[in-house]
Design a protein around this ligand. Structure first.
Ligand code: FAD
Ligand code: SF4
Ligand code: SF4
Length: 478
């Protein structure tokens, strides 16, 4: 065991400092400061270098965490980056936005009694520093294969797949309906969790590797799916899930009740310097308003914290289960509470009040009942427990379903599950259409960035195997 490691017994956990609360509430910059070299090395040295590292087992990418922690503790940054990037295309992004408390850090063995190693913050430190030192280069192929693949969707799943296939020598074209690359990394997740320069820096690097991007190109509208299939030897569908779940009840259609993603996209676009009429007119702007957000996942957390920064008069979050049963990250709830958000647990909306626009939410208290088939406890309303919250802006953050892709792509043979996600073979990642693969949220349903990266990498390996086999069969026949 190197002398530098195993320091958890004497050295306490130290997360990166957060910025001053008043500054945090009034701008969209990331809230966590970065470790400096000394602190990164000290925190990395707390790792006990487990023989069976549960941190890696519970990281969807099975990152080789103990090795890059040891290299960081020894000040060997270039090697630490090589190890960190061998299994992860975007380590600086995961280091910032993975729910580490549920993944790697939540399973660190020293968590029992000593508080985990700060894995995410060190992963971020390694990659940000490697960028600053000019160590990160585009992954250009040694030789071109002369085979073209198309990728629909420039979110983390599509981008990870694109980078892997390009490095192997494929000609890679990525199509996205948005004007910028990154999917939810650019337009969903707010800057206070992931500054946009971090995403734009990756976009530039991928372009330098020779990947051709086609923004503002919606497949099924600007180009038919059939035309794209004819253009490329293989396709990946990585279009994510975007259909917002609706809310019912009297008044649910009143102006002032808006979908979460419309609200977040407007905020992100404004931050990127775009003119957004719905933001300027106030429709998608929380400034001066009493805001009620409905939902308890990551999207709801991003909405409440965006509303605080836009200068909302008050921000309340209504969630039908309790704190322990909410799907969002606990760290994000804590950050939101620090920033002044009020959570109303075990409460659900019943009706929306107002004439020309929403003026209030009538809610009812809930209690937890018996476990459902999914294992989660059911919820039921408590009799005579109604209450009213005043509201000028209500944001619906109840989750997302997939769009109906067989219809959108004019491909009825594209098989879907009963949830509307794409069906793929678990061994080959192929959809029901030969040569068409799929990855990310469109297969899993709404999930996490780290899973999208994992799927994109796995899909690239399967596409390469399928294309290589096809080429071998063709050669044998000639
Ligand atoms: P996306 O990122 O959704 O990318 C899909 C891309 O496909 C988009 O760019 C879209 O424009 C494009 N597209 C769709 N249809 C077409 C078409 N027909 N033609 C061309 N292009 C098309 N995960 C975390 O790990 N941590 C977080 O903190 C976190 N916060 C989140 C906050 C919000 C508000 C949301 C909504 C999600 C969050 N997630 C978070 C989840 C995470 O962002 C997703 O799981 C991940 O981005 C999925 O990646 P993807 O590549 O499958 O899809
Ligand atoms: Fe942890 Fe995510 Fe990094 Fe894996 S990718 S080590 S889960 S922060
Ligand atoms: Fe180090 Fe914790 Fe991983 Fe063990 S589980 S290798 S102590 S980070």
């Amino acid at each position: 065991m190197p002398e530098k490691m195993l320091k958890f017994v004497h050295l306490p956990q130290h997360m990166p400092d957060k910025r001053d609360l008043a500054a945090r509430r009034s701008d969209f910059a990331e809230i966590y400061r970065r470790f400096d070299q000394e602190e990164a090395a000290r925190q990395a040295s707390r790792c006990s270098q487990c023989g069976v590292p549960f941190c890696s087992v519970h990281c969807p990418l099975h990152n080789n965490i103990p090795d890059w922690l040891k290299l960081t503790a020894e000040g060997r940054l270039e090697e630490a980056y090589e190890v960190a990037s061998a299994t992860n295309n975007f380590p600086e992004i995961c280091g910032r936005i993975c729910p580490q408390d549920r993944l790697c850090e939540g399973n660190c063995v020293i968590e029992k009694g000593y508080e985990s190693v700060t894995i995410g913050a060190i992963e971020r430190y390694i990659t940000d520093t490697a960028f600053e030192r000019g160590l990160i280069k585009p992954r250009r192929p040694r030789a071109e294969l002369g085979v073209s693949v198309g990728i629909i969707g420039a979110g983390p799943a599509g981008l990870a797949c694109a980078e892997e296939l390009r490095a192997r020598g494929y000609g890679v074209d990525v199509y996205d309906r948005h004007d910028r690359i990154g999917g939810l990394l650019i337009y969903g997740i707010p800057s206070f969790k992931l500054e946009k320069d971090i995403v734009l820096r990756r976009w530039k690097l991928l372009e330098e590797a020779g990947i051709r991007f086609h923004p503002r190109t919606e497949i099924g509208r600007d180009i038919t799916f059939a035309a794209l299939r004819a253009r490329h030897a293989a396709l990946l569908i990585a279009t994510g899930v975007y259909q917002p779940r609706e809310i019912g009840g009297p008044g649910a259609g009143l102006p002032g009740i808006v979908p979460a993603l419309d609200y977040l996209i407007a905020a992100n676009r404004t931050g990127l310097g775009d003119t957004v009429p719905e933001f300027d007119s106030g429709v998608l702007n929380a400034a001066g308003k009493r805001v009620v957000v409905i939902g308890g996942g990551d999207t709801a957390m991003d909405c409440v914290r965006t509303a605080v920064r836009q200068g909302a008069r008050s921000v309340q979050c209504l969630y039908r289960r309790d704190r322990a049963n909410m799907p969002g990250s606990m760290r994000e709830v804590k950050n939101a509470e620090e920033e002044g958000v009020e959570f109303i647990w075990l409460a659900a909306p019943e009706a929306f009040l107002g004439d020309a626009a929403v003026r209030g939410v009538r809610g009812v208290r809930m209690r937890l009942g018996l476990p459902e088939a999914s294992g989660r406890q059911s919820v039921e309303p408590v009799e005579n427990s109604h209450f009213t919250l005043p509201a000028d802006l209500v944001i619906k953050a109840l989750g997302f379903d997939p769009e109906k892709l067989p219809e959108a792509f004019g491909e009825p043979a594209l098989a879907t599950t009963r949830h509307g996600t794409l069906k793929i073979g678990h061994r080959d990642f192929m959809t029901s259409l030969p040569g068409v693969f799929a990855a990310g949220d469109i297969v899993r349903g709404a999930s996490l960035v780290v899973w999208a990266i994992r799927d994109g990498r796995d899909a690239a390996a399967r596409m390469h195997a399928w294309l290589s086999q096809k080429a071998a069969i063709r050669e044998a026949a000639e």
